[in-house]
Design a protein around this ligand. Sequence first.
Ligand SMILES: [Zn+2]
Length: 80
Amino acid sequence: MGNPEKGEEPPAFSICPRCGARLVTKNLWHSCGTFTLEGLFPKSEPVVLDLARKYVALLHTLGACGASVPGRSLVAITYR
Ligand SMILES: [Zn+2]
C-alpha cells in the first residue's frame, strides 16, 4: 500500500465490472446495483437530500475520500 506521508500514491480503487462501484480492495463485498442519493430519500423533505449532497461534497473538498458510493440503504465513503 502507498504511504502518503512518504509521498507514495495510494493504490488505485478496484472497480466492480457489474455496477462500477469503486472498492478499496478487489472482490470486496458490496450491494451490487445502481443506487443514487436521490433513491435513498424518496419520501424525505427536499432539505434532507440537499444536506446529503452537501455532506458528500464537503468530504470531497477535504480530500478525505476517494469515492462516495450510494448503496441500497446507505452511503459508503471510501478512503485511501
Ligand atoms: Zn458491483
